[in-house]
Design a protein. Structure first.
Length: 261
């Protein structure tokens, strides 16, 4: 069992703000927070309130309206698109371990089984649709317009479809439930894990780059708040890194750069 670091060297930031409210959408981020971050913050005197939301839009709105202090559920590309469309000022303050989007199937065992007319479920929001289309592109199933803007991508950005697949656009959370009805489904990592799928079961996994690692998001005005700095420090602490590396549930996750320190 991991030993929680003592608070001897901690600042008295908790005295200024006793309660931290942190929101999550479905996925593994709440469990990781409870495993390796919450114990450190409680040791510093914080009262931690975690709240579950059904969608990313709800949890972002909750931060923007000060219903909660922070959320953990999105990558920077999605966050920036949300800000642009809603006039909000949410900012990522630290990256977190993130399961990659993957291509899954129940009717097939490998990508080589694709046939003309095969149905492929993909997210219907542009940011995650772009990620899904790149998985299909890397498999050689489709070709895309070059340098497509991720916040404006549609299925019309597919310029060639040599495999003859048919795209089915769905809400991201619905994709795991669609596996019995489609040939393949591109599923965000958080929804895959939340539905009981394993990353090792994926036919293909998206190659993760820094903008697509999920972040802890707060309002711009809170970036330098002592409690926000304490959240960042807790994620970057050896205690959190050891907790994640010592738990096989996080095998296959893309890890932030601070895990190498």
């Amino acid at each position: 069992m991991l030993a929680v670091p003592t608070a001897a060297s901690a600042q008295t930031s908790a005295s200024a703000k006793k309660t931290l409210r942190v929101g999550f959408a479905p996925g593994p981020y709440l469990d990781a927070f409870k495993l390796g971050v919450e114990p450190q913050l409680r040791q510093q005197g914080y009262d931690i309130r975690t709240l579950q939301f059904s969608t990313g839009l709800e949890v972002n709105s909750a931060v923007a309206t000060n219903e909660i202090d922070a959320n953990v559920m999105q990558h920077s590309v999605y966050l920036n698109a949300y800000n642009d469309r809603n006039g909000t000022d949410l900012v990522g303050i630290v990256q977190v371990p993130t399961p990659p989007m993957g291509l899954y199937a129940r009717k097939h065992k490998s990508a080589s089984e694709v046939r003309p007319g095969a149905t492929v479920a993909v997210p219907n929001d542009p940011v995650n649709l772009e990620r899904a289309l790149k998985i299909l592109r890397d498999l050689g199933w489709i070709e895309l317009k070059p340098a497509a803007n991720p916040v404006d991508v549609t299925e019309l950005d597919v310029v060639k479809n040599p495999s003859g697949i048919r795209l089915t656009l769905l809400e991201s959370a619905q994709a795991p439930r669609a596996l019995d009805d489609v040939d393949f489904a591109a599923i965000q990592g958080n929804f895959a894990i939340d539905s009981g799928l394993k990353l090792t079961e994926a036919i293909a996994l998206k190659k993760m780059t820094a903008p697509y690692l999920n972040v802890v998001a707060v309002r711009q005005g809170n970036v330098e708040a002592p409690w926000a700095r304490d959240i960042v420090a807790a994620y970057r602490a050896p205690f959190f890194r050891d907790a994640i590396k010592g738990n096989r549930s996080y095998d296959g996750f893309a890890l932030p750069d601070y895990f190498a320190s």
